[in-house]
Design a protein around this ligand. Structure first.
Ligand code: ADP
Length: 733
């Protein structure tokens, strides 16, 4: 090879090597650049990480310092809490799940004075053990092991009930234990010594106060008895005087004496009752009673006043409501007397209507009874409607001032009704009238008593004549419920017009007695003269007076108004076609007179009693004390005894006990003689004493003629002739 070739080759080789070198250098510098970038990135990351580490370090530092501050705070709080717990007077401790004491304050530990063992770490059962061993708690007669078992049982219950312990030094501790979620128990031992002492003092003070209240009511009862006895004489004698012939002026004086004495009695009774309720001495005495009769009894007492005032007194007793209930008839009568008495008092014209309705909810033994007393009187201003139920509260205006009263009646009624779990209310419109109502729930006394009495059959058309619209409505409703179609007219004249128009064909005629122009008896006479033969029933507010009228012969019956349902049914049944009269001779004409014994030590009262029933055909004998009464029982064999309770030598209760003993001694099934107590407005204790001595009923003094007569009639035995010959034992108005 030529040199030139060699040189050229070398140069090519060198050129190639140089290119290669350039290539490698370029690669190297690219790698270097990459490396540089990477190194830069790493450096940046390192810086960043360092910064983060620094931040974390700072954070950590702060957390550490916060933690130590918090720790300090916790310690301070704990110290303060314990400090507070230590300073409270009551014991405080807590126990863990295994009943081991974790901590307790000084007050808790102090109870176990100087017992070093009682400290955190001790178990609850051991504390109980030490408590009985050292006599720390006064456990009375309980055996220590029993007491501990009881306390442990309580402790272990999920919700231990508080318990009061009496310590050896007469301090009282109330233990309140609370079980937490984890099973820990916190115990609070409250020192209630002061409270217990205070309670004892209160009890003592209460006993003293109760004794004083008892003394007060006993004093009131005695006083009322003392005042009532002479007042009884005043009322009774005045009533008898009114039956004698007197000049108008004398009659006015006597009536004033009687009315004043009666008003005084009402006040005495109200005050006495109210003080009894206040002293919580008034208890209810439920017994079977006839509600309808109870209402009619109240009405009978008010009738003289309504007759005098010329207002009508009406009763609308739901035809399908039973009448026999279990309740306190005395107190229900008292409420009725008050509401009806007020209605009559505050009504100058129009009527007073008692409505009785009832509902017997299914599956209940109680019947809801609603009684409303509606009047057409002066009414009550709307603003005073609630006020009048307060004690001694009366509406003070010119119209009211003319009426007497204590303002206690409604307060007493409200209390009595609330004692019976009932409600009392009033709706009133000034100038138009008032409606007082009450609702009580009473059990029926006789579950067999048919809701509606047996209805008369065979009477289809009835004629009702009464000038008062409400009365016509009530009677028409009653007749219609009995299946008798009723035509109502307001006067005798209207009846005659009807007859003149050719109408008639009534099966029964019900007429009011006291009607303007033509009264009921005159109407009856006219009807008979015109050939009307339908039976006529006369309704009179003074039935005994009506019964004596010669025109009585034109009517088939005289009924006292308002008439109890039973009475009306009975009369209508008798009039119905097909009714058979009881065989004559069932009451022999020549029967003996009924024997009545009255034991009464007070001469005036004996006189009043005798005069009050002088119209009765009976054989009356008096005894002047209990001993005489027992003797008279043996030789007189009375059919009925009226027994005064407070009498010298032997009182009425003792005499009754002796008579009851004599009865059982004779023959075990001998007839029990009814004995009716005559007493002053009795205290409740007395009433129980009276009834438990074997008396059957009682009358409160001053005695009412009608009440005595009712008792005599009700107790007339079969073999004796009726005490009131006419009217089948009708009540006398
Ligand atoms: P008293 O009748 O003895 O005054 P009450 O407590 O029975 O006491 O009645 C309180 C008052 O309520 C009465 O004084 C009277 O103002 C008013 N009042 C009660 N009943 C009626 C009524 N039927 N009509 C009008 N006002 C009445």
């Amino acid at each position: 090879m030529s040199l030139a070739n060699k040189l050229a080759e070398e140069r090519r080789a060198r050129l190639g090597a140089e290119r290669m070198l350039e290539l490698k250098q370029a690669e190297l510098s690219a790698a270097n650049r990459k490396l540089g970038r990477h190194a830069k990135q790493l450096t940046e990351e390192i810086v960043e990480t360092r910064a983060q580490v620094e931040t974390f370090r700072n954070e950590n530092q702060r957390v550490k310092s916060d933690l130590s501050i918090a720790n300090e705070k916790v310690q301070v709080a704990e110290r303060r809490l314990w400090h507070s717990i230590e300073t409270i007077q009551d014991g405080f401790a807590f126990f863990d799940l295994d009943n081991i004491m974790i901590a307790a304050n000084h007050a808790y530990l102090a109870v176990f004075d100087r017992l070093e063992e009682v400290a955190p770490g001790i178990s609850y059962p051991r504390i109980l053990q030490l408590t009985t061993e050292e006599g720390i708690v006064n456990i009375g007669d309980t055996r220590p092991s029993d007491w501990r078992a009881e306390m442990l049982h309580r402790w272990e219950s999920p919700d231990p009930q508080p318990v009061t312990l009496r310590l050896w030094n007469d301090q009282y501790i109330r233990l309140i234990d609370q079980r937490g979620h984890g099973g820990d128990v916190v115990t609070l031992a409250l020192n209630i010594t002061e409270t217990v002492r205070y309670e004892k003092e209160l009890q003592q003070a209460r006993k003293v106060a109760e004794a004083a209240a008892r003394a007060k009511s006993a004093f009131l009862a005695n006083m009322s008895h003392e005042i009532r006895t002479p007042l009884n004489g005043v009322v009774g004698m005045a009533e008898l005087l009114t039956d004698t012939s007197m000049s108008e002026e004398q009659r006015l004086y006597v009536n004033t004496i009687k009315n004043s004495a009666e008003a005084l009695l009402v006040i005495i009774n109200d005050v006495l009752d109210y003080s009894k309720i206040e002293a919580e001495k008034l208890v209810l005495h439920p017994e079977p009673f006839d509600l309808e009769r109870c209402i009619h009894e109240v009405i009978m007492l008010l009738q003289p006043t309504t007759r005098e005032k010329g207002i009508d007194l009406l009763v609308d007793y739901d035809l399908f409501l039973p009448t026999l209930f279990l309740g306190d008839p005395g107190r229900i009568r008292q409420v009725l007397t008050n509401l009806l008495g007020n209605a009559v008092k505050f009504t100058l014209k129009g009527h007073v209507l008692v409505r009785v309705t009832g509902m017997h909810p299914e599956h209940s033994i109680l019947t809801n009874i609603h009684i409303t007393v509606e009047d057409t009187g002066i009414g009550i201003p709307a603003a005073k409607v609630d006020y009048i139920f307060g004690e001694f509260n009366q509406v003070e205006d010119d119209r009211n001032r003319q009426f007497e009263g204590t303002g206690l009646g409604l307060a007493i009624s409200q209390r009595l009704i609330s004692m019976m779990d009932g409600k009392i209310w009033v709706e009133s419109e000034e100038g138009a009238g008032s409606a007082f109502g009450f609702q009580i729930a009473l059990p029926m006394a006789d579950l067999d008593e048919a809701a509606a009495p047996e209805l008369p059959r065979g009477l289809t058309r009835g004629l009702v004549i009464d000038p008062v619209a409400v009365n016509r409505q009530i009677q028409a409703k009653q007749l219609e419920l009995m299946g008798i179609e009723a035509t109502c007219l307001d006067s005798g004249r209207a009846v005659l017009d009807l007859l003149n128009a050719g109408e008639g064909g009534f099966d029964v005629i019900l007429t009011d007695h006291n009607m303007p122009e033509m009264d009921g008896l005159e109407l009856a006479e006219t009807l008979r003269s015109r050939g009307v033969e339908a039976p006529i029933l006369l309704f009179s507010t003074n039935s005994s007076y009506a019964a004596q009228d010669p025109a009585r012969q034109f009517v088939q019956g005289v009924l006292q108004k308002p008439t109890p349902r039973r009475e009306l049914f009975a009369r209508l049944r008798e009039l119905a076609p097909g009714f058979v009269e009881p065989p004559p001779g069932s009451q022999p004409a020549k029967a003996r007179a009924m024997r009545v014994l009255a034991a009464e030590d007070n001469k005036t009262n004996r006189l009043v009693f005798g005069k009050m029933i002088k119209s009765l055909d009976i054989d009356l004998r008096f005894a002047t004390n209990g001993e005489e009464a027992v003797e008279a029982y043996a030789d007189f064999r009375p059919d009925l005894i009226f027994m005064d309770i407070s009498m010298p030598r032997m009182d009425g209760k003792q005499a009754t006990i002796a008579i009851r003993a004599a009865e059982t001694a004779q023959e075990p099934d001998a007839q029990r003689t009814p004995i009716i107590a005559m007493t002053a407005h009795a205290m409740d204790g007395d009433r129980e004493g009276i009834m438990s001595a074997g008396l059957d009923d009682y009358l409160t003094k001053p005695l009412r003629k009608q009440a005595i007569i009712d008792h005599v009639i009700a107790n007339c035995p079969e073999g004796a002739r009726p005490p009131l010959p006419d009217e089948k034992g009708q009540q006398v108005g």
